[in-house]
Design a protein around this ligand. Sequence first.
Ligand SMILES: *Cc1c(COP(=O)(O)O)cnc(C)c1O
Length: 373
Amino acid sequence: MTTTKIWLSSPHMGHAEELYVKEAFDTNWVAPLGPNVDKFEKSISTYLGGEFEVAALSSGTAAIHLALEILGVGKDDEVICQSLTFSASANPICYLGAKPIFVDSERETWNICPDLLEKAIKERVAMGKKPKAIIAVHLYGMPYKVTEINRISEKYEIPVIEDSAEALGSSYKTKKCSTLGNLGILSFNGNKIITTSGGGALVSKNPDYKKKAVYLATQARDDAPHYQHSVVGYNYRMSNVLAGIGRGQMEVLDERVKARRANFDFYRDALKSTGLEFLPEPEGSISNRWLSCVLTDSYETREAIRVGLLSEDIESRPLWKPMHLQPVFNSCPNYTNGISEDLFDRGLCLPSGSNLQLEDLERVAAKILKIMS
Ligand SMILES: *Cc1c(COP(=O)(O)O)cnc(C)c1O
């Protein structure tokens, strides 16, 4: 039996990445701007349907930070954020001196619950604190309830920041994730479906939003021959070297989505006899299945599987620990229903890389079957 480590989600390079990186060296565009950045942005925009403005940035976290700033979020404002997510969804709220208000999930997509969202908004408004934005997340690539969330967003006139860090390649009613809110964000971190080693993007239909994002991301320089600044800026633009990796990765994105979805189908079929639950796609939604997740019957089973896999050098990970349970956010208001906590207790992410071989998947499944028998 092979004993090589099986990772949860590792980078998977295609054919052209090195060529585009070499191009950056050959032309000396080793800078946070250049032809690779322009072409990477263009290829994402085309992939998303052509009518979207894309600003390539240094990370998905930076994209969320800029999205909040563009929407005017500032000190002492409140921003609603899905509780079941990675901390990077919520941290930028705090960078701006604003306060996260966490909202729990529903069972169908594991994402922000529309009913609880509306309840939270009503209560905050009644307290004289209308939230400035809603951060909704397509967790593990599964689209949240977009129609319902957008209806609430329009009713209360609160914009949605669509955290699509895990959902490039997913779609909702034929529209690509990251194009469904007022502003979308993408991540190209090393573990995501495609990667630039580190990077992100802001997506919007509004050309002014892109202009503002690029302006803020390049130290907010005024239009002058010398360096002049009227507002505080950031150094958040993507490197032209890394954008070369991104250009190559965009050429294989469809293959990567196919491979991740095939992993999910493999596990679902191979583990049918175990009683482990797999989240189905609701009608109209396509998930990129960034990570294949299972729900066990208890915390104890989840841990038995995780520890058992680890003993054979197989990496798995519990679902995200909800933000309302994180020590760093324990003073933030929350609207909960027990669902995200239950998912965290019983849920496990299985190895899901697009570069996994059939024998890797078989090794994982065989071990789980053994643990559960
Ligand atoms: C990865 C991730 C981010 C942050 O993206 P980075 O590029 O790592 O800064 C934000 N939100 C979610 C849900 C993520 O998974």
